[in-house]
Write a protein that binds this ligand. Structure first.
Ligand code: SAM
Length: 198
């Protein structure tokens, strides 16, 4: 059984590579799975399922964990459904096929993991913070955006990339100035932030 899990995970990662689906890097996944174990997280909201990799890894790390995950791309959503079923995790991972900005939830979560359109982080944060339990956490991935956030803007030739990087910088300022949350920045994987509700 354990062998099967490893080979399923390897296949999911290979599919991501073949189909250019961005999934969390190994260092980031190690951080996330360790975090959910250490903080005894039981109820996660994930924004940006892709093909289910990070949701599956969190669920496998902690057998008491339930995850609700939102994805707007149909092909990825269907692939995620397939992967979750293969690992028999459908009773613990619930997928929502919709743009997260159009999703309204009443449930409360002890962790919200933001890993969707990188220019929309402030909107995701502001929309879903009401769904966070007291003392809950919001984790965001790709805060360094492949090293571009640390670069001088003049070095970034593409207009779209420059504008995306500007939005990530605005999100960083937003987190630093947000008095309701204490944010720690980690130089792990592609840059991860953990914002703890005060
Ligand atoms: N968390 C996944 C993992 O590590 O396995 C990777 C997620 S990938 C970086 C980002 C995903 O977010 C993409 O599949 C994209 O289609 C989805 N996405 C982007 N903006 C979204 C939105 N507004 N609502 C729902 N999904 C969104």
């Amino acid at each position: 059984m354990v062998g099967n899990i490893y080979s399923e995970i390897r296949e999911i990662k290979a599919y991501a590579l073949d189909h250019r689906v961005p999934i969390m890097v190994d260092e980031g996944i190690d951080f996330l799975t360790t975090f959910v174990i250490k903080h005894q997280i039981t109820n996660v909201l994930e924004i940006g399922t892709a093909i289910g990799y990070s949701a599956i890894m969190m669920a496998l790390a902690n057998p008491n964990l339930k995850i609700t995950s939102i994805e707007r791309d149909e092909e990825r959503y269907l692939e995620a459904l397939k992967n979750i079923k293969k690992l028999n995790l459908e009773h613990r991972i619930t997928l929502i096929f919709k743009d997260a900005l159009d999703v309204n939830l009443n449930d409360k979560f002890d962790l919200i993991f933001i890993d969707a359109a990188k220019g929309q982080n402030i909107r995701f944060f502001e929309k879903f913070e009401k769904n966070l339990m007291d003392k809950g956490y919001i984790i965001t991935d790709n805060i360094d955006f492949h090293g571009y956030v640390a670069k001088d803007e003049s070095e970034i030739k593409s207009h779209n990339l420059r504008s995306l990087v500007r939005k990530i910088k605005q999100y960083i300022t937003f987190l630093k100035e947000n008095k309701e949350f204490k944010t720690t920045f980690y130089k792990i994987g592609d840059g991860i932030t953990v914002s703890e509700k005060q």
